[in-house]
Design a protein around this ligand. Structure first.
Ligand SMILES: [Zn+2]
Length: 343
């Protein structure tokens, strides 16, 4: 069922936000809808709803609506200041409210349940308060109460102590009310239901997490937050586990490649070194030994440079090995020709 932000009288009896958290499945379920319908949904899987999703445990806290640009305030003030002075007609929406309706509809359509619920409740509240005494002020108080966590959670994560402190300041009596539902057919499952404020939902959630000994972690691969049973789990899901395995394999290959290029270099170095040693043993002239030492040093310098280029990926391993073979042929040819000078 899609919520229509129109000017008909509030069509719904009491729209509620229901949360149930499953420790075994490590999941959460949120249902938004009229209280009676939500009950039907829960117990017999029938009934209309605006939102009904099962997500990984903690999703509500990780994705909770925030208000860094204070857009919620701007639009609520617009309704507070203009919305109660205009004549409402079902046929056409007054210009002054157009922007607010679009804002609320946008929040509703973005699909994040905290924002969806706030949008519906604010609009229902407006229609409800429009015809009553001091309606504008009641509307303003109720809306502010509903949006309170959005400000705190713009600055802090829900599970940070600062957030809890910010949320708890000036807690209204009305905000601390919560209903616990126990669906008949699923008795072990406890559901927490709110109507006017998210605070109790957030505190209930944090308490459950603490009671179950779960920990908040930041995924090492994608950086998103998740809940887990132990600090040892550092990855949020299968996708990131797969990504990390691929990365580990790549690093392994990389290290292997480095080792291989070192070994090849080492072999060639040894080859040249042995040639020099043999030359020294064969009573060669001082000048010949010096000349060979010079080209050996030149070879070594160039070989180290190329070896590093292979490691950093600037040169292919095959190009390096064929260059080494070329150098070996040159030195072999020179040695074979015996008496020739090493120049
Ligand atoms: Zn991840």
């Amino acid at each position: 069922m899609i919520y229509e932000f129109n000017l008909k009288n509030p069509a719904f009896d009491r729209v509620v936000f229901l949360l149930t958290v499953d420790k075994k499945k490590m999941s959460e379920r949120v249902i938004i809808g009229e209280a009676g319908e939500v009950r039907l949904r829960l117990e017999r899987n029938i009934g209309d709803f605006f939102y009904d999703e099962v997500r990984p445990i903690g999703s509500l806290l990780f994705n909770f609506e925030t208000n860094p640009e204070r857009d919620w305030n701007v639009n609520l003030m617009q309704i507070y200041e203009k919305g109660f002075k205009i004549r409402l007609s079902v046929k056409s929406v007054p210009k002054a409210l157009n922007q607010c309706i679009n804002f609320l509809r946008g929040k509703y359509e973005n699909g994040e349940p905290s924002a969806m619920f706030a949008a519906i409740r604010i609009w229902e509240n407006y229609l409800r308060c429009y015809n009553i005494n001091h309606g504008a002020d009641i509307f303003k108080d109720r809306s502010a109460m509903l949006c309170k966590p959005f400000h705190a959670l713009s600055e802090y994560k829900a599970w940070e102590l600062e957030a809890v402190n910010a949320l708890q300041t000036a807690l209204h009596a009305e905000e601390s009310q919560v209903e616990l539902w126990y669906p008949v057919s699923k008795r072990p499952f406890e559901c927490v239901v709110t109507y006017s404020s998210f605070l109790t939902i957030i505190f209930y959630y944090l308490n459950k997490i603490e009671e179950w000994g779960l920990v908040f972690q930041e995924c090492k691969v994608c950086g998103s937050y998740f809940l887990t049973k132990s600090r040892h789990f550092e990855l949020c899901g299968d996708e990131c586990r797969k990504a990390q395995a691929i990365e580990a394999r790549r690093q392994f290959d990389e290290r292997n490649k480095d080792e291989k290029v070192e070994a090849i270099y080492e072999n060639h170095y040894q080859y040249w070194y042995n040639r020099l040693r043999r030359l020294k043993k064969s009573n060669a002239a001082e000048a010949d030994i010096l000349a060979f030492t010079n080209i050996f040093n030149k070879f070594r310098k160039e070989a180290v440079k190329r070896k590093n280029e292979v490691k950093s990926g600037k040169m292919k391993l095959s190009a390096f090995t064929s260059w080494l073979a070329e150098q070996q042929n040159i030195v072999d040819g020179v040695v074979k020709r015996g008496g020739e000078k090493w120049k």
